[in-house]
Design a protein around this ligand. Structure first.
Ligand code: AP5
Length: 253
């Protein structure tokens, strides 16, 4: 979740009011019907900034594979050291491990009413396994959103990012600074810069995205559930576009 300025806050508030007043026939999000969303986009597209806010607007859980993995590498274990090495290089963590961690999280009670997956799936193997393991639980992915941002903007965003150690809120030294340097506006936790946010590693992550993750977009496009959303706009405008993409019926898009 990112820093939200006053104008963005008003857009988010209008978005929330609009969810509450919109006729239910236009909503995918209906009482008792979970909605399961995958939010895709390259590193720096704004997935982490948006997913928590949008999840609260449509009342579903936010599940970020990167946050789950960063929690894991804070442990003192051999597996944690191996995972940290993959992440520090900007490479993907092996599918088996990532799948196990994400599927365990999706089995938790707060995901029963639906979820927004952020950063997962990242390979076609992960996407296929997600589909089959959800089907075994009588569930499916309803909507996949591709957040589109030009590469020069991505690199500028990543090199100025600061994150909250406690609640994972995302800030930017220029675009969305915290009120007090080094302190999270949301929970008061300490802010830090990720090891993989150097220019060199960010470029490597973008290469990995192009090679391993772009094919996942084609997998979902073929399934007819992919929606493109431009992400090079203000945080509030992107929030509203994402909310709209989730709650609008497929034939109305
Ligand atoms: P992960 O944590 O998922 O990182 P990522 O995909 O590289 O995405 P980022 O967190 O870098 O970008 P974001 O889109 O969330 O951008 P943000 O909102 O922060 O993955 C990290 C690593 O974990 C991977 O490299 C891999 O090793 C491993 N991993 C994770 N999932 C895996 C999987 N499924 N399989 C295998 N390995 C996996 O925004 C960026 C900056 O821009 C912030 O400073 C923010 O304030 C700013 N910003 C955002 N939106 C705007 C806006 N509209 N205007 C201005 N500034 C903005």
């Amino acid at each position: 979740m990112g820093h939200v300025n006053k104008e963005d806050g008003m857009v988010a508030a209008r978005a929330q009011a609009s969810v509450l007043t919109r006729p239910s026939s236009r909503l995918m999000v209906e009482r008792g019907k979970p909605v399961n969303v995958v939010l895709m986009g390259p590193p720096g597209a704004g997935k982490g900034t948006q997913a928590g806010t949008v999840a609260r607007l449509v009342d579903v859980a936010h599940v970020a594979s990167g946050d789950l993995l960063r929690d894991l590498i804070r442990q003192d274990s051999e597996i944690a050291r191996q995972v940290k090495a993959f992440m520090d290089r900007g490479d993907l963590v092996p599918d088996d491990l990532t799948l196990a961690i994400v599927m365990a999280r999706l089995a938790e009670p707060d995901c029963a009413n639906g979820f927004i997956l952020d950063g997962f799936p990242r390979t076609v193997t992960q996407a296929r396994e997600l589909d089959s393991r959800l089907a075994a639980r009588g569930r499916r992915i309803d909507r996949v959103i591709d957040l589109i941002v030009p590469e020069d903007v991505l690199l500028a965003r990543l090199s100025g990012r600061w994150l909250c150690r406690d609640c994972h809120s995302s800030y930017h030294v220029l675009f969305s600074p915290p009120t007090t340097p080094g302190v999270c506006d949301r929970c008061g936790g300490p802010l830090y810069q990720r090891n993989d946010d150097t220019l060199e590693t960010a470029r490597r992550r973008l290469e990995v995205y192009d090679h391993d993750t772009r094919p996942v977009l084609e997998y979902y496009r073929a399934a007819g559930i992919l929606v493109d959303v431009p992400g090079d706009r203000s945080v509030g405008e992107v929030t509203e576009a994402l909310r709209e993409a989730i709650v609008t019926q497929p034939d109305a898009l």
